[in-house]
Every structure is written in C-alpha cells, then in structure tokens.
Design a protein. Structure first.
Length: 324
C-alpha cells in the first residue's frame, strides 16, 4: 500500500528572532516540500528587497510545476505595497508553493497587518522567539537531548549550560554530541567529563581569533581546546557562526550598529564585535571563508579521517582568506 501524498502547508509564519529556530523552521519547511516534490527548491530574500511584480513572478506557475519554498525575511520591514501584495497572495496561495514569512514579532504597520493576515489565512505559526529566561534555556537543552534520542536529568542540564554557555547553537551541538558519545545517557558526570575546562577555552575563543586573522592565536586556542576535550563539532560550529556573522555585517555596509542589529536580527553587541572583526576582509576572502567553514563542518562529522587536522587546516585556510 502506497503512503498518502504529503501536502506541505502553503503558508507559514515564523515569529521571532532566534536565528537557530528560524533556520530549523525553514529547513523543516523545505524537507516537507521535498517529500511532495524531491526537486523543490528554496528561494530566500528580504521583504525590503522585494517588489510586488517580483513577488508575482516568484509565485507564478512554472512550466514544469516544480515545488518551491519561498522565504521572506524581515517581514516587519515590509512597505505598504509589498505587504498588500503578500496579503493578497495569502488569500489564495498557489498549489505546490510554500510561502514562509519571517517576522520579528514586533514592529508597526504594515508588517503587523501581514502577520494578522497570515494568521487569518490559516498559516502554520512557528514560534522562534529569543530564549532569554533560564527556565526556557533548560527546557531547550532537555528537548535537544530528547530530540537526539537521549535522556537526562536536571543536574546534567544545569552542568551543560554552565559548561557551554547560553548560545543555542553551541548548546544544541553539545547536546547532540553528548547523546552520541554516551549512548544516550547524559548525566552530570558525563557532562563534566566531556566539557572539563570548557569555561576557559571555547569554540568561540578559537573562532574570534581566526576571523581577525590571528592564526597563531587561533591555533594555540584550538590545541588547548582539543587537549581539554572540547568537541570538534562545537569548534566547527563556532567558526561557521563567526564567519557568517562577519559576512552578514560586512555585506550590510557602514551603518549605525543599533540600526543594523534590527535589520539583521542580531543583538547590538554582536554587531559591534562583527564590525571590528570585519576590518581587513575583502568580498573574495569572505566567499572563500564561507566555503572553508562549510567543508570543515562536514569534515568533523565524519568526512575527514582526522578531525583535529581538519580544524587546524581550516584555521590556516581562514588566515589565508583573511589576507586576500
């Protein structure tokens, strides 16, 4: 008996500014669309860069009727005309197309009108709000461990947050790594064993030096991290996050950090740091750096024979990219 065809929801509303949750929701939307059509592709752009005619072209039927996932970022920046066009489309969405709107949950009209219209149209709403409370962070860690197939207890959750910090990407990666390394039983003892020294040497300590061109400092921090048992995947994720952040800030041009923070959906302190880190980077170098962090992410997850060497090689390549 054949499984029933999967019909992805045509409208999705991603509410909030937690980048990890937004990215996961977009990935889930694309994965669902590809269950219905393996050739479904993803188009992603900011609402501020979209005109009504461009939207009409994006959602118009194609010759081969292939599936599409269209993501409109920063919908709170929508102009009156663009919001009206999106709202009009939401009243009668096209078959085979998933339109996902990312909104920070605040802002003014016409962005708020767009949110209300999507809710009224029956859009799937995915909450992606920033996690700021300790209880929310603990719940996130518990869910990540469960999601990876493991079990834990409050003491282990607390120890993991103490060891890794508050960054959700690092917490998610650490939770998955612990589940894999402990056969699913994430205890306080296991956390302390795998993350001893974590407060002194982190993946972000390596990344911050790497993106500023301090190759020697980055290699020294990396070797300490490896000696102290910091998981390879955490370092690779930190490198990727640092490069992506620098690229986004550099691509936004010169602007007030607080205005950029709102535009990019990032905290102001992170924007200020990235502005300083972006000095010395050229566009060609950032393109190469993005390639490096994508490759090392795959390397530490099993592609490379030696994950230590893969990370050292990535740091050296980032240093060369910084000099381009």
């Amino acid at each position: 008996m054949n499984s029933p065809a999967v019909t992805p929801p045509p409208l999705q509303l991603l509410l909030g500014e937690e980048e990890l949750l937004v990215e996961r929701a977009i990935r889930a939307a694309l994965d669902t669309a590809r269950l219905a059509d393996p050739a479904a592709d993803l188009t992603r752009l900011r609402v501020a860069d979209l005109t009504p005619p461009e939207l009409a072209e994006l959602v118009s039927p194609s010759l081969f009727a292939e599936g599409r996932v269209i993501v409109l970022d920063a919908a709170h920046e929508a102009t009156q005309d663009t919001a009206a066009a999106v709202i009009s489309y939401a009243k009668q969405p096209a078959d085979g197309i998933v339109l996902a709107v990312v909104h920070n949950g605040g802002g003014r009209k016409p962005g708020k009108d767009l949110v209300a219209a999507f809710r009224k149209a029956g859009a799937v709403v995915v909450e992606c709000a920033k996690i700021t409370k300790a209880s929310e962070r603990e719940a996130f860690v518990r869910n990540e461990i469960r999601r990876a197939g493991g079990k834990t207890d409050p003491a282990a959750v607390s120890a993991l947050i103490d060891s890794v910090g508050s960054d959700l990407r690092e917490l998610a990666a650490a939770a998955a790594q612990l589940v894999a390394d402990t056969a699913g039983a994430v205890t306080e003892e296991a956390v302390r064993r795998y993350h001893r020294g974590r407060a002194d040497v982190t993946g972000f300590a390596v990344a911050e030096k790497a993106v500023t061109g301090d190759v020697a400092g980055a290699l020294e921090a990396l070797r300490w991290a490896m000696q102290l048992g910091v998981p390879h995947v955490l370092v690779a994720d930190a490198l990727a996050d640092a490069v992506r952040t620098v690229a986004r800030v550099a691509g936004a041009g010169r602007a007030d950090p607080f205005r950029l923070a709102g535009e990019l959906g990032m905290p102001a302190w992170k924007v200020k740091k990235a502005i300083a880190q972006s000095r010395g980077w050229q566009p060609a170098g950032l393109v190469e750096a993005m390639k490096v962090v994508a490759e090392v992410n795959a390397d530490v997850k099993g592609v490379a024979a030696n994950a230590d060497y893969a990370l050292e090689h990535a740091v050296l390549r980032l240093g060369r990219a910084h000099r381009r």
